[in-house]
Design a protein around this ligand. Structure first.
Ligand SMILES: Cc1cc2nc3c(=O)[nH]c(=O)nc-3n(C[C@H](O)[C@H](O)[C@H](O)COP(=O)(O)OP(=O)(O)OC[C@H]3O[C@@H](n4cnc5c(N)ncnc54)[C@H](O)[C@@H]3O)c2cc1C
Length: 406
């Protein structure tokens, strides 16, 4: 029996687990390790912050989910990985040995890289921040709102699009959902009671998609009196301002940001990452230097942008690569990435974006309708009630067809 360890039970880790589980007890033992007791469904966090959705609906309990399928679960932090000796160390000092390891630790949201964030800044990127923002919004009496992503930097070992922001979809949700809440629920008037300024570190906002989605978003922003500022590298948030590297400042009563994404310390310490700590893999998600180490999701250098959809594609590839190595009759999917997300815009409104322009393709779709909102609702609920299990391939293929029709 081969020992398989999965470190990190987020989108990628759970997807890999479900793809491998039919071999548990036959060819493999699986141990899943996560520092959290519950996996966090981050796409639902804007609903927590702006609609008061219960955080429990974004959390998947891990121990029972994993152990009921015949695998082991360890709730602890991995602090070192000795890839030369196939062994890792937990914070409690225990060592775990493996034949194969999947590294699916996600990226660190580095709030502390932004001066003043802890005192004056807000975010939607994790459960603590989303709930903190919800409490702030409840008492917001109007003023100047500024939102945007800080610049992230990536290594150079693999060939991936060097995006300046990890993913700007959540910023789209922040600006549209907040506008909806203030206008429709609180009866505030745009320009008079509040303004929304949006900044991006990129040359353009939504640099990971093509012109169609980008123009549609620009039109919505114009209609809703939002102002966009390009090429802005966030450095500081103060009590009533937000400051950028070019020396400019904006007045700001409420700053909601995506912080820079960085690699977990364990990967830097274990020398498994590229110069920025993100894991370099080939397109079958195998580590470039260690044949029994696989990775998928936000932590890989190839994942640009950092998106759940990309984590799922890569998780499927990584699992298939190991299954094939274990003698299973399976085809390894091609590493064909695309941007696919449904941006909640508040109320019944949502925009579905599907684009592979970033990777040289010609798909560039945006669909704005209540159907998009229903799809998001259906997908988020499916994941929650099925403990992070993706819908069956048949349903995903039907979704692709629906997207083409839209
Ligand atoms: C607000 C927000 C909204 C988003 N909306 C969308 C969306 O609508 N659609 C979409 O496709 N994507 C969306 N994303 C992106 C998506 O959530 C991520 O791309 C996805 O979660 C990445 O999955 P992952 O498995 O790589 O990492 P994660 O989901 O971050 O999981 C990593 C896991 O590893 C664990 N871990 C980390 N370090 C250690 C350690 N040292 N030891 C043990 N365990 C560890 C963590 O606890 C975590 O459970 C959104 C992101 C945010 C922040």
């Amino acid at each position: 029996m081969k020992k398989v360890v999965i470190v990190g039970a987020g989108f990628a880790g759970l997807h890999i687990f479900y793809k491998l589980r039919h071999l548990i007890g036959k060819k493999i033992d699986i141990t899943v390790i996560d520092v959290r007791s519950h996996s966090l469904l981050k796409p639902s966090l804007p609903e927590v912050a702006f609609e008061g959705a219960p955080i429990s609906h974004s959390l998947i309990e891990l121990r029972h989910t994993i152990e009921s399928k015949g695998a082991a679960f360890i709730e602890d932090s991995v602090i070192n990985i000795d890839a030369k000796n196939n062994s890792l160390t937990l914070k409690n000092s225990d060592k775990v040995e493996y034949d194969y390891i999947f590294l699916t630790l996600g990226a660190v949201k580095n709030y502390d890289a932004i001066k003043g964030f802890r005192e004056f800044g807000y975010s939607v990127c994790d459960d603590t921040q989303a709930q903190r923002l919800y409490n702030r919004i409840k008492t917001f009496q109007g003023g100047k709102i500024v939102t945007g992503a800080a610049k992230s930097t990536w290594g150079t070992r693999v060939d991936a699009p060097p995006l300046k922001a990890p993913c700007e979809g959540p910023i789209g949700e922040v600006m549209f959902m907040f506008d909806h809440y203030l206008g429709r629920d609180k009866g505030f008037k745009r320009s008079k009671d509040y303004t929304i300024d949006v900044f991006t570190p990129g040359e353009v906002f939504f640099e990971d998609v093509g012109d169609k989605p980008r123009n549609a978003i620009a039109q919505f922003m114009q209609k809703q009196d939002m102002t966009l500022h390009n090429n802005k590298l966030l450095i500081e948030i103060g009590k009533d301002f937000i400051a950028f590297e070019d020396g400019t400042k904006m007045e700001c009563d409420l700053a909601i940001i995506i912080p820079p994404y960085t690699a977990p310390k364990v990967l830097l310490d274990s020398k498994l990452g590229d110069e920025k700590g993100f894991i370099p893999t080939d397109t079958q998600m195998r580590h470039l230097d260690f044949a029994n180490v696989f990775a998928a999701g936000d932590i890989t250098a190839l994942a640009q942008p950092k998106l759940g959809h990309v984590a799922i594609i890569q998780g499927g590839i990584a699992a298939a690569t190991l299954l094939k190595e274990l003698g299973e009759n399976i085809e390894i999917p091609a590493h064909n990435l695309e941007v696919f997300c449904i941006m909640n815009m508040g109320g019944n409104e949502a925009a579905l974006i599907a684009s592979d322009v970033l990777y040289g393709g010609s798909k560039d779709i945006v669909s704005y309708s209540p159907i998009s909102k229903m799809m998001k609702w259906g997908f988020d609920n499916y994941l929650y009630y099925n403990k992070g299990h993706m819908p069956p391939d048949l349903a995903l293929e039907a979704t692709d067809k629906l997207v083409d029709i839209l």
